[in-house]
Design a protein around this ligand. Sequence first.
Ligand SMILES: [Zn+2]
Length: 390
Amino acid sequence: MAGISLTDHGKKNSSKTSFPENAQPRYDKLNKIVQNWMYSWMKPNCQTMEEYILSKYLLHRYISSPTVVEKVSTLMYEHFVIYLKANIETHESKYLFCLRKHVRHYAEYSNTILEGCNNAIKYHSSSVTPATRLDNSFTIIANNSDLKNVEMDKTLHSQFHSKPSLRNRTSDEQMCATHLTQMAYETILNSFNHSKSYCSHRYDATTWFVTQTKDACDERSKSIIATFNRVRTVTLCDDRLVCDCPHGRLYGLPCWHEIHVASKISTWYFPSHHDGSVIWWKSYYYYGMSTLSSSCAERETIYKSFHLLKQTESIGLQIDPTKFLDVPIDGTNLPTEFIYDPNNPFAINYPTIKYLDIVSYTDNADTIQGLTQLSSIAPNNELDELDTFF
Ligand SMILES: [Zn+2]
């Protein structure tokens, strides 16, 4: 199920309610908030089922808070609640990020295989219509496919031979930009910059706890949408830093937690292109796929070799363990910011509401269990702390 189909098109199709014309701007504003909130469940904003249940509960409380209900009218409030229960929650198994966080997708993912088909029709095929004869359709599609292959060959050739010049950057970063595809390099660069907003505690010789700094959390707390800050564990396994967050498994690239820990070494500057999956190497596409690089037989051999490399790959940030000898160990006494229970998460912008509290309160069963009966829908008059957000 594509996210946009659920959050936008689905609502338009399912909406039988008509609101007064002057209420439209308020409806649009709330609609945008609800839509982005739902998108947060489809992305790494919610990484566990517990976080999702808490986020969903907070959304229900947000739209039922007195200020929101007063501003958008009870009719509009009911419209959103019914839509969430009847059209969104019933599709949880299809859209939840936390259910597919172990699937390697290299940043190319969709909630539905239909999206891949749509993409092919839109960008990789041709204007074959129902009126086109079958034999002509095959000819058109085959010709367009050949053209697309030639175009792809040229792109692979030019990308492989391009030598990006990064002034005032380290040689490690230059190597990354030279050997990796642009997207991989930019993803690593983003992780590198993002790692600066984290702090860490070295528990023992091989374990670090990593979390976002208070300033960064305060900035994120301004969001209306429930947002989470976790404490990640980075472990030194032989000559690799390995994190327990899903980033490495999803992208096949080092995460910002590993980069943050590596940056504690004064002589370490930037990840290497060897820290990512071979799928991100320019040579993988050029030697393994481009017809301009080698003969068909050679390409097949190289392609198989790359795949063998891929099957035996180790994800994590490669590092010489002796370099950590000079990095001090902080000890087993953990400061409060590094104590975190993933079984009882809370959103940093609604810190007083914790997961275990809401699941143990039976009146919430309708909301948190995803039940679709609508009989218990009523504005929540107890919540005041959310008033300032609308
Ligand atoms: Zn991580």
